[in-house]
Design a protein around this ligand. Structure first.
Ligand code: 13P
Ligand code: SF4
Length: 338
């Protein structure tokens, strides 16, 4: 048995040992995860963590782990009125747009190189240049940019959303590589913006080739934020959840993931029989968040931890997200039946 802290340390170790944490490391954080989990219950709060968070957050305090799309939809459905969204700021904003009546907090107001690459003025200028084009905003954008778009999309539904748009010309913002990938995956004329994910742009075709040579038979998966040259050479490209599902359903044992290291941590923890090779990338924005910030958000939240969006912006951004749900309703219905 042992003390409450010892029991908590053992619970943590049973998960974190898969990603190299020692029993001593787990004992050090156990008082804090205990305190967070107690406060969470007292306040009827729910903690959501994106798959790129650190393992102590994902397996120590999170109630749900997932991708940007799945977590925001879940936030809407959950009964709790307080949501601590452990991820970058735009994901907290998306949850707030979908659940304006709830208190949504982010432990740190962390940025994202894609979200920071474009402003609402940039979108208005693009529209003026291409008046007959539809505007599709990737979810990695601020609420103010979403408010300027016709529709939003995520990496989980981007192809479906773009293909379903009535216009042939599509302004796709802000991820240039995803836009280039869409030129191959859809019949649309994609007008690009020069945003890049600082993590995914670093993977190269040379890395893919080197890993294949070193590990014959390896299955290589990439996020669709990687360059077209990488996407063309991998076995599967998709969102973080789609990559998780691919590995879960695969009988193969050896994989390389061209994405952020949080996802490889998830695979090592949740599918310890699978073997991950090669390198992954660290997102400095996602990794800004630490357990102590979650504790502050629960005990005495600062104004920058509380998500607030001006009502007019929220309503316009909501329209773009609702259009995304409408365009993908058919697939969502099919998925729900299975
Ligand atoms: P997902 O939408 O797949 O969760 O990805 C978000 C992200 O920031 C990828 O870099
Ligand atoms: Fe943004 Fe890239 Fe980090 Fe995702 S991994 S949050 S796209 S910088």
């Amino acid at each position: 048995m042992g003390s409450e802290v010892e029991v908590e340390a053992r619970r943590l170790f049973s998960r974190l040992e898969h990603v190299g944490w020692s029993e001593e490391d787990c004992a050090l954080i156990a008082p804090m995860t205990l305190e967070i989990n107690k406060l969470k219950q007292e306040q009827d709060a729910v903690i959501l963590a994106h798959s790129y968070q650190t393992p102590d957050i994902m397996y120590g305090v999170a109630d749900h782990i997932g991708d940007s799309y799945g977590l925001s939809v879940l936030a809407q459905r959950l009964p709790q009125k307080k949501i601590i969204f452990c991820s970058v700021h735009f994901m907290g904003e998306t949850a707030k747009i979908l659940s304006p009546e709830k208190d949504v907090l982010v432990p740190k107001p962390a940025g994202c190189s894609l979200a920071e690459s474009i402003s609402p003025e940039d979108v208005r200028a693009l529209r003026a240049q291409h008046p007959s084009a539809g505007v599709v905003a990737y979810v990695n954008t601020s609420a103010a940019v979403k408010a300027e778009a016709d529709v939003c999309c995520t990496s989980a539904n981007v192809v479906e959303v773009v293909a379903a748009m009535p216009q042939q010309d599509i302004i796709f913002i802000p991820d240039e590589y995803m836009g280039l990938n869409l030129r191959t995956l859809t019949q649309k004329n994609i007008i690009l913006w020069q945003g890049r994910c600082i993590v995914h742009k670093e993977f190269s075709p040379e890395t893919v080739a080197a890993v294949r040579e070193q590990f014959p038979g390896v299955k290589i998966l990439a996020h669709t934020e990687c360059s077209p040259a990488v996407v063309a050479r991998v076995d599967f490209a998709g969102s973080t959840s789609a990559m998780m599902n691919y590995i879960k359903d695969s009988s193969d044992e050896e994989f390389m993931l061209a994405t952020e290291c949080g996802l490889t941590d998830r695979i090592r923890t949740e599918f310890p029989q699978k073997h991950i090779v090669g390198s992954c990338g660290l997102c400095p924005y996602m990794k800004e968040i630490a357990l102590k910030d979650i504790l502050t958000a629960l005990k005495a939240p600062t104004s920058e931890q509380i998500i607030t969006i001006p009502e007019a912006t929220l309503k316009r951004a909501r329209r773009a997200l609702d259009k995304m749900f409408a365009l993908t309703a058919h697939t969502q219905h099919k998925k729900a039946k299975h």
